[in-house]
Design a protein around this ligand. Structure first.
Ligand code: T3D
Length: 262
């Protein structure tokens, strides 16, 4: 598949996607959002992919919506913002529906949609120099790309209010201290740390990881009883996987397991 706005590479079960518009801090145009969505959807059916690593080229992760596209020069008709956001929704759903782990390596500023695309990943590792900005309010908008869903759940309502309503910059270390992201790495060690995590995940029981993701997705809107029955259903499925058998055998044989993702 030809991509104009993202780079793709695959190694050791890890599909790496790099947002590649560094001159505009990898801000998102429609083409980039479509390419990302298609890449995440494709990763779901590609059995060679067992984890996805998402990052940005150059000094930024992603500066959110390309404002030149959203607000074209005077005299040019402005696109419908609802349509633009609907495009992002497809991407966020593709990331959350992908039953394989997604690691975001936040290499620099993640603003607006860029911040919330990162938060849709299962693991966020940020460079010590990176920052997260819910920039929407600075231009009279509300957090989208799942921001109103993820933020209160990740950091609580008080902190979500301060991020969304004040639009200030949260450093990577603050984001970790607030429980918003998984970890912080030194700038020159970020890609190594994120790739090591993605490679590790790609050797783990992929079906079980995917089912954990499905269960956590569902838990956001369910009660205990519903969640308990979902756990029983998904555990039955995990219990039938070859990787479950392998894990138990490896334990009994006192050796390291070798998971195939089946
Ligand atoms: O359609 C809709 O609007 C609905 C969808 C909304 C989703 C959203 O994401 S809304 C939020 C959009 N994003 C922003 O408002 C962030 C805008 N950018 C910034 O505030 C700053 O650039 C940063 C804080 C992210 C980084 O600041 P700094 O000083 O490190 O870099 P800079 O000098 O501002 O930017 C460097 C270049 O990137 C610059 O271009 P130039 O002057 O070198 O030619 C700048 O214009 C460009 N750039 C940065 N962000 C965007 C952008 N170009 C287009 N769109 C951007 N979002």
């Amino acid at each position: 598949m030809d991509n104009r706005f993202i780079l793709r590479s695959a190694d050791a079960g890890v599909l790496t996607l790099t947002m590649n518009r560094p001159d505009v801090l990898n801000s998102c145009n429609r083409g980039m959002v479509t390419e990302l969505r298609q890449a995440f959807e494709g990763a779901g059916t590609d059995t060679t992919v067992r984890a996805v690593l998402l990052t940005g080229a150059g000094r930024a992760f992603c500066a959110g919506q390309d404002l030149a596209e959203a607000v074209p020069p005077a005299g040019t008709p402005a696109p419908d913002i609802g349509d633009i956001v609907t495009g992002y929704n497809g991407l966020i759903l593709a990331m959350r529906r992908l039953e394989k782990p997604v690691v975001a390596a936040v290499n620099g500023v993640a603003a607006g949609a860029g911040a919330n695309i990162a938060l849709a990943a299962d693991f966020v590792i940020a460079s010590a120099e990176a920052s997260f900005i819910q920039a929407f309010i600075k231009i009279g908008l509300i957090p989208d790309n799942g921001g109103t869903f993820f933020l209160p759940r990740l950091v609580g309502l008080a902190r979500a209010n301060s991020l969304a309503m004040l639009g200030g910059k949260l450093t990577a270390q603050q984001a970790k201290d607030w429980g918003m992201i998984h970890d912080v790495a030194p700038g020159d060690g970020l890609m190594e740390a994120a790739a090591a995590l993605a490679r590790h995940l790609a050797t783990q029981p992929t079906r079980a990881l995917g089912l954990i993701k499905r269960a956590f997705n569902a838990s956001m809107g369910s009660d205990l009883e519903t969640q308990l029955s979902l756990e029983a259903k998904l555990q039955r499925e995990a219990g039938r996987s070859a990787d479950h058998t392998e894990g138990v055998r490896a334990f009994q044989d006192k050796r390291a397991p070798s998971y195939t993702g089946r």
